[in-house]
Design a protein around this ligand. Structure first.
Ligand code: AMP
Length: 431
């Protein structure tokens, strides 16, 4: 086999051409990841693929390299990749552009939230490869400015998430319009019956590639959980952030409102934190992500959807402020750290009522998550916490309760009785 001095030989051995070896060498790729080892040769053979791989395993290059290499630079639009979110679409486009740096190919992202006119302009440059979210892709198809009938490559990235978000019908419609002969690649962190059905209908005898088995969570992630009462979560998080002092962390919340509130409280407590969730306008999201990438923001408070496609390699800590209701979401979340073999820490806050969720996660990842305690943390009763966090605002002149003798009555805290039911999650789960 021909030797390519100074270029990543292991990729050359898979059949990658010099124009791409130069680019990935520049990106510091030396050895292919598991998914790349399996997917690149099959992709280059022209096989349809159903690939199971989680975020951070190098899946973009795994489908990107074989497709980019097969594109004819003299031709028109040849490849379409659908992605669930704008962040992922932008991230994938960025990665493909880096890979194609010396290949003279035009790659364009189309996604909701950015001006249609801007993207129309980009489409006018006759891209070879379009990466987009299904909604915007459909929009452009209906306007007649994006014709996919003759594309030669179709990729569905994070297809499980696209289905979760409700892109089912859009995906079906888009795929059914790619009527010319083409190679189809599905990539998904999890593969269920619905994805299999889609693959059977739209892919031709796909080869199954699964690098997720036995390591559903990245092995290098140091995973633990802390048992905490709901009313103590914020105090515990503050202490945790102080003690761990993570250089780059994502704190996950289950809801947009929760993320907004938490970011505000952290900010108020002097933590360099910012929120990212679906309610922020696109420009603001991009601005936050840009600052996070440059390490100008230490703690990103995120919801799951907004965090899809966060392309920051050096995330040191994932903190699940809210344990995800769905175990697979846990896998997605912690896949944000320990990318490409780096070490990462994942800590999950669990209340005594959430033992079942924790057990479900452990079953899925086939691993016991260890419990840890936070030095110096003293659980409070809900009453103390109420006094600390919600010290009642001074009553207005009109609201001040007054005794019949004219003296003001002392303000009372509402009665709460939650404290007596506290039980550590682990103990409860073993009942
Ligand atoms: P992905 O799973 O495609 O989101 O990739 C995660 C990150 O790993 C990206 O920043 C890639 O540039 C990087 N990456 C992908 N493949 C390799 C490789 N073989 N060696 C080193 N880094 C890689």
């Amino acid at each position: 086999m021909q030797k390519h001095t100074g270029l990543p030989q292991a990729f050359a051995d898979l059949g990658v051409e010099v124009r791409f070896l130069k680019a990935i060498g520049k990106m510091n790729f030396v050895d292919p990841s598991d998914i790349q080892l399996q997917m690149i040769p099959r992709g280059l053979e022209g096989r349809d693929i159903l690939g199971q791989a989680q975020t951070g395993t190098g899946k973009t290059a795994a489908f990107g390299l074989p497709i980019l290499q097969q594109i004819d630079p003299a031709g028109r639009l040849q490849a379409l990749c659908l992605a669930p979110t704008r962040e992922l679409a932008v991230q994938v486009t960025g990665e493909l552009k880096r890979i194609a740096e010396f290949a003279n190919l035009r790659i364009v992202a189309v996604y909701g939230g950015q001006k249609v006119a801007t993207q129309l302009h980009l489409l006018g440059h006759k891209p070879h490869f379009v990466v987009g979210t299904p909604g915007r892709v459909m929009d452009f198809m209906r306007r007649g400015v994006l014709q996919i009938a003759r594309v030669r490559f179709v990729v569905l990235d994070e297809v499980d998430r696209m289905l979760d978000i409700g892109f089912r019908d859009d995906i079906r419609e888009i795929l059914s319009q790619a009527t010319g002969e083409h190679q189809t690649i599905f990539v998904s962190a999890t593969i269920d019956d619905e994805i299999k059905r889609l693959a059977q209908r739209f892919a031709h005898n796909p080869v199954d590639i699964d690098v997720s088995q036995d390591r559903l969570t990245v092995a290098d992630v140091d995973q633990s959980y802390v048992t905490v009462d709901a009313w103590d979560k914020f105090r515990l998080l503050k202490l945790l952030l102080k003690q761990e002092d993570p250089p780059v962390a994502i704190v996950f919340c289950n809801t947009k409102a929760g993320a907004r509130k938490l970011a505000k409280r952290l900010h108020g407590a002097g933590v360099n934190a910012k929120e990212i969730h679906g309610d922020l306008v696109q420009q603001k999201r991009e601005h936050v992500m840009d600052r996070f990438r440059k390490h100008q923001i230490k703690v990103l408070v995120a919801t799951d959807l907004a965090a899809r496609g966060i392309d920051v390699n050096s995330i040191s800590h994932i903190i699940n402020y809210d344990i995800p209701p769905d175990s697979e979401v846990y896998v997605h979340r912690i896949g944000r750290t320990a990318r490409m073999g780096a070490e990462g820490v994942a800590i999950t806050l669990v209340t005594s009522e959430q033992g079942k969720e924790l057990t479900n996660i452990e079953k899925l990842i086939n691993l016991e998550i260890v419990e840890r305690t936070i030095d110096g943390f003293k659980p409070s009763t809900p009453r103390e916490e109420l006094q600390e966090a919600q010290a009642p605002p001074p009553l207005s002149r009109f609201e001040t309760p007054v005794f019949s003798n004219g003296e003001a009555a002392p303000a009372k805290l509402p009665r709460r009785t939650l404290g007596s039911r506290f039980r550590p999650a682990r103990g409860r789960r073993r009942l």
